[in-house]
Design a binder for this molecule. Structure first.
Ligand code: UDP
Ligand code: MG
Length: 314
């Protein structure tokens, strides 16, 4: 039995040595074969030389290095497509996903009742209140309007069986939102809560704005509801307009036509214009996604590696 640990790394030269030490300690204690599959996502610091150095010393270390930064989603996908283990885990390099949970996770999977053990943060302590508020709203909305079943505070850190990973690899979409994909493929998932930990070294790569865009992307990738909002608001406004037209005609017949209401006319025009642009914008978002999907570009390009690489292109 073999475990593959997939570790996306983007500028992690400070955190990597700590991670490598911890993970190796945990894995050697687990009495099974393992591979550490590092995906260097176009880091601009010393991450790649460090990975090469680790690989030269330790045959468990495999690295894939991207030709540029393709994002964590692409890095995870590259990992899934290349992992050879029977059980496969994704983990951040910054120790926010404690490797010490692995033995417990493996035990749950080996009981045969579950296909995946996922983690979610037990609380949101230490996070800016505004970010927490948006995060909670995001989970409420996406669960309501899509098939992507996501628990609040879900992390990408999880251990999965080969079958589940094969299902994930088969989802070759270009716009990837892994939290949604994990839920969409189904399988029996055990949710393991744990205390949130701060990253050990280096900086987070997520600004509030990046997170916000990620959330909007997640919704658009997994739900058509925004499109229906656009059409329903169109229908609603048409009905409203029909009634007001009727009202105006009747008023004209009864009271004549005193010229007034210029300001209100203009505000109605601007309001409708705004709604129209908003709906066009929603449609644009979907069209843009379709455009990217139809190009069928590779999800990532591997420029260097020491493993056998499956450069998955649909
Ligand atoms: N990461 C990556 N590509 C990116 C951004 C991040 O591979 O473009 C990796 C990063 O090296 C880390 C993980 O994804 O291992 C999570 O990143 P980070 O800790 O910055 O995110 P947070 O934990 O704050 O959500
Ligand atoms: Mg982190």
């Amino acid at each position: 039995m073999q475990i593959s640990l997939i570790v996306p790394c983007y500028n992690e030269e400070e955190a990597l040595p700590i991670f490598y030490k911890e993970a190796t300690a945990v894995l050697t204690g687990m009495d099974c074969d393992y591979e550490l599959l590092f995906v260097n996502d176009g880091s601009r610091d010393g991450t790649l030389p460090l990975l090469k150095e680790l690989a030269s010393r330790d045959p468990h270390v495999i690295y894939l290095s991207f030709s540029r930064n393709f994002g964590k989603e692409a890095a995870m996908y590259a990992g899934f497509c290349n992992a050879k283990g029977d059980y496969i885990a994704v983990m951040d390099a910054d120790m926010q996903d404690p490797p010490s949970l692995l033995p417990q996770m493996l035990e749950i999977l080996q009981s045969g009742e579950y296909d995946s053990v996922a983690t979610h943060r037990a609380d949101r302590a230490g996070e800016p209140p505004m970010r927490s508020w948006f995060a909670r709203k995001f989970y409420r909305i996406i669960n309501k309007i899509s098939d992507a079943d996501i628990v609040d505070g879900a992390r990408d850190f999880r251990l999965m069986t080969r079958d589940m990973v094969d299902a994930i690899c088969a989802m070759g979409e270009y716009n990837r939102f892994s939290k949604g994909i994990f839920g969409w493929v189904g399988f029996r998932t055990y949710w393991l809560p744990y205390e949130n930990v701060e990253r050990v070294a280096g900086q987070t790569k997520w600004s509030f704005w990046k997170l916000f865009k990620y959330a909007v992307d997640g919704i658009i990738n997994f739900s058509q509801v925004p499109l229906s909002i656009a059409s329903w608001s169109g229908i609603g406004l048409t009905v409203l307009a029909a009634f007001s037209l009727l009202f105006i005609v009747i008023r004209r017949l009864i009271f004549g036509d005193p010229v007034s209401g210029w300001a209100s006319t203009i505000s109605v025009i601007i309001f409708i214009g705004g709604i129209q642009l908003f709906c066009l914008g929603i449609m644009g978002q979907y069209i843009a996604k379709t455009y990217l999907e139809t190009k069928r570009r590779p999800h990532f390009i591997i420029s260097e590696s020491n493993g056998h690489t499956v450069t998955k292109i649909k």
